[in-house]
Design a protein around this ligand. Sequence first.
Ligand code: BTN
Length: 255
Amino acid sequence: MEAAEPVGAETLAPGVVEPLLRGRFGRPYRYQQRVESTQALLAADDPEGAVAACEEQTAGRGRLGRSWEAPFGTAILVSVLLRPPAERRAQELSLVGGVATALAAERALGLSSQIKWPNDVLVDRRKVAGVLAEARDGAVLLGIGLNVNQKREELPPSGMPPAASLRTLDSVVRDRAPLLAELLEALEIAYEHWREGGLDALYTELGPRDFLRNRRITVGDETGTAIAIDRSGRLEVEVAGERRFVESGEVRYER
Ligand code: BTN
């Protein structure tokens, strides 16, 4: 059994978050103060929209086998269980999560955000959030890490793009619970649009936030100019006068 929370502590505990939930995402809402990874708190037989959240992960996972770290009580670390229909490409869910997170970050900050294909959310060219989609027994666990109240020295020191939190961007310390409720609502809306109409239905939000568009990039061993994220979630790149469509990978870019 976990120790009781200190009275008045800023928290993502169910008693604070559940009254703020506005849709079906977050029901059930699983919470532990400390957990290996929120991705491990949900089971394949949970209903769609089940959510896991915590204050700290002891083995938080990023893309491509990387770790994801944030000090206790400073970030939104959340996983959502989704059951995408068979006719949709589940790989597109990172972008669906990216759109929802970008919108929630923008509403909190009053600043515009960008999406760096395939899963980073940037503000002012710095990464404030990452999205991880993992398949689990026919379902998808969509994990989102959003940096909220970390101080500069609490963020990963290096990285491209460099990391930021909402706090390092505007000096405001926020309650995370309303932000989590906003994020879950934005995700539910984006997901429903995607279920109905694929990325086409989200392109008004996605297209203008495409960070890599027109940048010189390297992906794998090829260098070229990013054209755009296409409506199937691939990155369209021009390499030596030819169009290529990249399905997945790590992109490096020039400034
Ligand atoms: C990335 O940018 O590499 C993706 C990071 C995803 C991190 C989140 S935090 C909540 C969920 N649980 C995890 O272990 N990872 C995701």
